[in-house]
Ligand binder design. Structure first.
Ligand SMILES: Nc1ncnc2c1ncn2[C@@H]1O[C@H](COP(=O)(O)OP(=O)(O)OP(=O)(O)O)[C@@H](O)[C@H]1O
Length: 251
């Protein structure tokens, strides 16, 4: 089922068109990658979808128009977003971060002391993100990768139906990348997951579908194999269509 439908999305910064009519569908149960060279308009698309910048066109989820709403209103409609730098409360524990994201406004003495019980949705998010063992650790002591997973968990407890993740594996170790890919495939059940990413090996391993942007336009869309074999994609990444597809993986 199509969760998020983007049609003719356009974003201008003054006279400059950063996104010039982008359309794609992000379906439930899929990890949809948005790739493209620097400046292609990937982050601007996500910014427009999540209400951070003004765009024209249409972004619908479950038939409801999202474009024109504030960041908060878009989030309330179920579109969650992470940034490259995780924004967790470093002094609080993992479970306290999740409690706050879930809107479980515990009184501060309780929040600062030991928790009494864990809400089912918080427990589920701990399981999905693999952070159960670390639930009482201060978020500030987590690795870069674990902080990203906590941030994804914070979207899960908010019941986000579409997750927009901006370069989630940047700066991660190989093992953390693999764990993140597996995490995305766990959390995609019943949700659309959209990933902006430069890491081609990560994309190739974990993408259900791929949209390639170039200069604010959709250059190619399809499965990993389809976009890798598309000569226009090879041209943009390699400057020539004559290179073997395998090189795209290492671009
Ligand atoms: N606030 C802004 N004002 C003016 N131009 C902007 C603004 N934000 C982005 N741009 C420009 O819009 C274009 C698209 O930028 P965007 O960050 O969306 O690309 P991207 O594909 O995410 O690139 P990268 O992979 O390097 O992050 C770029 O040319 C960028 O310089």
């Amino acid at each position: 089922m199509t969760a998020l439908s983007i049609r003719d999305l356009r974003v201008r910064f003054g006279a400059f068109t950063a996104v010039g009519g982008v359309s794609f569908d992000a379906a439930d149960d899929e990890v949809h990658f948005l790739i493209g060279p620097n400046g292609a308009g990937k982050t601007t698309c996500v910014d427009a979808i999540t209400g951070l910048v003004r765009g024209s066109g249409s972004v619908t989820m479950g038939g409801t128009e999202l474009l024109g709403r504030s960041v908060q209103a878009t989030a309330r409609r179920g579109v969650g977003r992470t940034f490259q730098t995780a924004s967790v409360f470093e002094q609080l524990t993992v479970v306290q971060n999740l409690d706050i994201a879930a809107g479980l406004h515990r009184r501060w003495p309780a929040l600062l002391g030991m928790r009494r019980s864990v809400e089912p949705r918080v427990e589920q998010a701990l399981r999905d993100t693999g952070l159960t063992e670390l639930q009482d650790a201060a978020a500030g002591t987590l690795s870069h990768g674990q902080k990203q997973w906590l941030e994804i968990g914070m979207l899960l407890v908010q019941d986000a139906q579409a997750l927009m993740l901006d370069e989630p594996v940047a700066g991660m170790s190989h093992d953390e990348r693999v764990a993140t890919g597996e995490l995305l495939h766990r959390v995609k059940r019943g949700r659309a997951v959209v990933v902006v990413e430069h890491d081609m090996e990560f994309m190739r391993t974990f993408a259900s579908r791929v949209t390639v942007l170039h200069q604010g336009q959709v250059l190619s869309q399809g499965s990993v194999t389809e976009v890798q074999e598309d000569p226009r994609v090879q041209e943009v990444y390699l400057g020539t269509a004559a290179q073997p597809e395998e090189e795209l993986v290492h671009a």
